[in-house]
Design a protein around this ligand. Structure first.
Ligand SMILES: *[C@@H]1O[C@H](CO)[C@@H](O)[C@H](O)[C@H]1NC(C)=O
Ligand SMILES: *[C@@H]1O[C@H](CO)[C@@H](O)[C@H](O)[C@H]1NC(C)=O
Length: 645
């Protein structure tokens, strides 16, 4: 029982006229008995109230809890989750918890994530010669209505519906946006409290403004038809994550995990927000934001987009090896950027926490993340030590004598098992404010001025450590042409180089061709101080030895070069792909690693011919007639430069 119950009374709701189109067997009962566990429905803003009531009628929960975001409420939710066996206290740390999911619910499911628009063209370009777009999934409104009726009526029976008012961005910032998520998962409530600003203050900030309507159900009404696995309710057969940008709605069913259920993150802050941003003239991007201060005390902010497995969170929290430099973190995943009236591109991190991939995070790769997660953190699907700690692959810590491990599957684990101890997509969900190098302006309502945008990829071959785009338009092309090495789907073996334009491929909220036009149009903003655009590759390998660049804290040497380029310093020479650092302009002082600069920056004509062809094939087949002329022209220019190599 919650300690903070304000009042428990029976509240009657009448049938919403919206449901007259439903088949009779799906029609909700006329009167619904609802126990209010916390909060006052009548005190809600009318639009929020109508949204809640209509969905109560549809989903038929037993009780309602309007979240206030207080510590007391959070403690009660965590205690309840512990009692239900969903989470377990990690006694080694302060207020840290471990959740193990049903093994069928461990990641985002792209195949079940759709954008609903009347016209398919509004969601994805039509691929040349037909076929399925790789740039998003479309669903028609009719098909979606059918899917909704199959899933939602009565889906919360026996459960509590939580109302989560949340702000993406600091409460009250002109760059922020508000959402209200209805969910039947207390795990989602606890996680949303970490990842967003949530509760009472948000409702007061809402006023009469618009909000994004988010509805989430794990899809397991009570009594259960099948026993749960790991006490983790989910419904993988029926999972569907839909965003309806025209109506500013997100509807998610069947999964309790990560971006499928914490609807503020990818669903709102990228898919819905990118559509809003297009309409309102700003950018919602899959980018980290960092502050960087040189030894003279001058500070700049940069934003960077990377596909997965490129060390994005590590860069966001970089520990510089060059003396006198400082990096501070504004955000590790998403940036909302808008020009102010002086032409500065101002960015906020819409999130309030980090939902980071655990495996590979260590004192060596990311000491700041390791220091962040020792309190108030919810871990999901990591391994557990017998002394109440966490464990994962690449943690790089030897276990004390006598300490044993339990895997994410809740089985005793040893390194001979042949399976990982932590799931490869296991996560920490931790408050950003706890990061030792959080930027002093990370919650600034006006945002921080971005002077450089970095695109990157994991490219074992051919792509130099860093290059600078010749122009904004060339930079947009560089973003469109992003490719990165990834572990392919199970049917293929090994690694392949995949296209991931702007690191947004699974997150575009609208047609990628229009997205490119929108990026190009930023150059027309009156008085815009356009950031310089760079491309980096920390992962180039020599054919004979390993990596050509040490990476991690030494990446400051590349940021230092960019910093000076933004300040208008020379130190660059034009090349086929863009400006490269000229001889001696990269600071390699004190580097404990032999760098072969020749090999690191070499450009091979055959490689770049193939690259041009790959990118051409992708853009012509996937973006087809929605490809902006300017992007096609940039491809032509690159091809000509490659010919002249
Ligand atoms: C709930 O809010 C309404 C409207 O603001 C108010 O009249 C009523 O007294 C409140 N009820 C409780 C139990 O606080
Ligand atoms: C229920 O939630 C959805 C999804 O956010 C929302 O759009 C809708 O208006 C609400 N009401 C009904 C009756 O579906």
């Amino acid at each position: 029982m919650l300690t903070s119950v304000v009042s428990a009374f029976i509240h009657s709701l009448s049938l919403s006229s919206d449901y007259t189109t439903m088949p009779p067997e799906h029609q909700p009962q006329n009167q619904i008995k609802l126990r209010i566990l916390q909060g006052n429905l009548s005190a809600l803003n009318l639009a929020v109230r109508e949204f809640v009531e209509a969905n109560v009628t549809l989903c038929q929960p037993d009780s309602l809890h309007i979240c206030d975001g207080s510590d007391e409420e959070n403690r009660a939710i965590l205690a309840q989750l512990e009692e239900q066996g969903v989470i377990k206290k990690l006694t080694k740390y302060e207020n840290c918890w471990l959740a193990r999911t049903d093994p069928r619910d461990v990641a985002r499911v792209e195949s079940k994530t759709v954008i609903v628009t009347p016209d398919q063209k509004d969601t994805v370009p039509t691929p040349l010669g037909g076929g399925v777009s790789q740039l998003g999934r479309w669903m028609s409104p009719e098909e979606f209505d059918k899917a909704m009726v199959q899933r939602f009526p009565g889906c919360m029976k026996g459960r509590t519906m939580y109302v989560i008012p949340f702000s993406m961005g600091p409460v009250g910032s002109p760059l922020s946006k508000i959402g209200v998520e209805l969910t039947d998962s207390p795990y989602v409530v606890a996680s949303m409290r970490v990842m967003t600003r949530m509760g009472k203050t948000v409702l007061s900030a809402l006023g009469n403004d618009e909000f994004v309507r988010c509805l989430h159900s794990v899809g397991c009404p009570l009594p259960l038809r099948k026993p749960l696995v790991n006490n983790w309710p989910c419904n993988p057969e029926q999972t569907l994550i839909a965003q309806i940008p025209d109506r500013r709605q997100i509807i998610s069913f069947g999964s309790g995990y990560g971006g499928n259920s914490l609807l503020g993150k990818k669903c709102f802050a990228l898919r819905i927000a990118s559509r809003i941003a297009k309409e309102e003239g700003w950018l919602a991007e899959h980018m980290l934001i960092l502050g960087i201060t040189n030894p003279a005390g001058e500070k700049k902010y940069m934003a960077a987009a990377f596909p997965s497995a490129c060390g994005k969170t590590n860069l966001a929290m970089l520990n510089p090896t060059l003396p006198g430099w400082k990096v501070e973190c504004v955000g590790d995943d998403i940036a909302w950027m808008k020009f102010d009236d002086k032409g500065n591109l101002r960015a906020i991190n819409p999130e309030n926490g980090f939902f980071g991939v655990a495996p590979g995070t260590s004192v060596k790769t990311n000491p700041n993340a390791m220091a962040t997660i020792v309190k108030n953190t919810i871990f999901t699907n990591v391994g557990e030590t017998s002394d109440g700690g966490v464990y994962w692959e690449g943690m790089d810590q030897s276990l004390p004598q006598g300490i044993t491990l339990t895997s994410w599957k809740n089985k005793p684990w040893s390194s001979e098992d042949g399976e990982p101890c932590a799931h490869p997509n296991s996560r920490f969900c931790t408050p950003a404010g706890q990061c030792p190098i959080i930027d002093p302006l990370w919650e600034s309502p006006e945002g921080v001025p971005i002077e450089a945008i970095i695109f990157g990829g994991r490219r074992p071959e051919g792509v130099p450590l860093v290059y600078e785009a010749f122009s904004w338009q060339h930079g947009v092309f560089v973003g469109a042409a992003m490719r990165s090495e990834a572990t392919a789907a199970a049917e293929h073996k090994g690694k392949v180089i995949m296209h991931d334009p702007f690191a947004m491929r699974p997150f575009f909220g609208y047609n990628f061709g229009q997205y490119l036009s929108h990026w190009l149009s930023m150059a027309n903003h009156p008085g815009a101080k356009l950031p310089k655009i760079f491309h980096v590759n920390w992962f180039r390998k020599s054919p004979t030895a390993g990596f050509l660049w040490p990476g991690f804290g030494d990446n400051i040497r590349v940021l230092d070069w960019m910093f000076r380029r933004v300040n208008g310093e020379d130190g660059a020479v034009p090349s086929t792909v863009g400006y490269l650092p000229c001889h001696n302009s990269l600071n390699l002082q004190g580097l404990q690693f032999h760098v072969d600069l020749g090999e690191l920056f070499s450009l091979d004509q055959k490689f770049w011919q193939r690259e041009v062809e790959e990118v051409r094939k992708y853009l012509t087949t996937q973006v087809n007639d929605d490809l902006p002329k300017e992007v096609a022209r940039q491809l032509e220019l690159l091809q000509q430069r490659v010919k002249q190599m």
